[in-house]
Write a protein that binds this ligand. Sequence first.
Ligand code: HSE
Length: 419
Amino acid sequence: MSYHKNLTIGLFGFGVVGEGLYSILKQTPSLKARVKKICIKHPDKKRNAPSELFTTDKNELLDDPEINVIVEVINETEAAFDIVTTALRNGKDVVSSSKKMLAENMPALLALQRSTKLALLYEAAACASIPIIRNLEEYYDNDLVQSVKAIANGTTNFILTKMFEDKLDFKQALLLAQQAGFAETDPTLDIEGYDALNKWTILLNHSYGIVERPENIVFTGIQNINQNDAAVAREKHYEIKLVAQAKKLKNGGVAAFVLPQFVNQQDQLAFVKNEYNGVVIESGFSDKQFFYGKGAGSFPTGSAVLSDISALRYDYHYEYKKLYHHQENQLTHDFFLKVYLSYDNGVYIPKEKFEWIEEWHADLKRNYLIGVLAFSELKSDQWWKENNISMILAPEPIIEDVEIRKLKKKSLELAGITL
Ligand code: HSE
């Protein structure tokens, strides 16, 4: 018995991802998915597909009753939202790779999915070729996920690798990432952490059923990381990675943030280099699993879109089990972080905000300290992103509120201070 639907696709966008997808679809005729029309913005560009496929009129796709799937891989957030919502309202299943649009509009999109009962799939929007959303939805479809940590942005990981292993400077490394097509059109979205944050917002929903606006999650990128930080990392046998993470704490809440972190060389994430992404999931009884794959680029992203298209043949939907069917999870701010801070000028470091400081270093080039801060100190204002301060988390950064007193006492005793 075969219950596969025939798919007639309207494709929006023919850039890095769209063209990759088109070429992949041509090489997989077994899928029986046909691209009927491609909507583009600039009709004069030369394209690697027959010219009769292209149009600049979105309604030729959205109003065509024969088209039953809209695939949207464009760059503009508002236009993507308009396309996706119109397509769902017009009775079409949708595949999207617009992570920013998805992250910023999740409540409205969830409501529309529920009312239309149509599919909106977006595996390509988080960690590109790694099938992480489908795994979180299907394999980890229970309450047992304890922690998830990920390298979710290929460009920043590529830059860090090139800076620290090949000694390229930041600008050269970024240029290479741009030439390879990994970087966003506006690369500050990568460098300052926005892209990883958007992906993390999406993955928090599938990991824990938490739907949160991106601006409510603490994050930064790699913009302030410098060669002196790299020297400290080397001395301590660490690597620096931009890590998105979430962890269920003993107080019942979920700690979540996207921040640079020192990782031990034995950590699975240390293995993730260049434009690759990696995700480590720790769950109840299975201990740790590590997912690894290309997180950016034409074919890796196209392959995730292809997998979603393929899933539509048998009417696959995300069920959002953790959101709709499990005990509610919420973000918590009641925990502490062990951080490394390097800085040019100590006047910008609010020492009184620290629970304790266990290392101070000063030399002619740069100063740094290692100490423990309440997470709420990072939420309330942005001092740690400003004045050329570089903040990098320690390898196991989270200290739960139930542990803080004991650890503080121990740390002060080591420093010769008794409470
Ligand atoms: N700019 C993104 C990255 C592309 O570097 O990860 C893939 O989402």
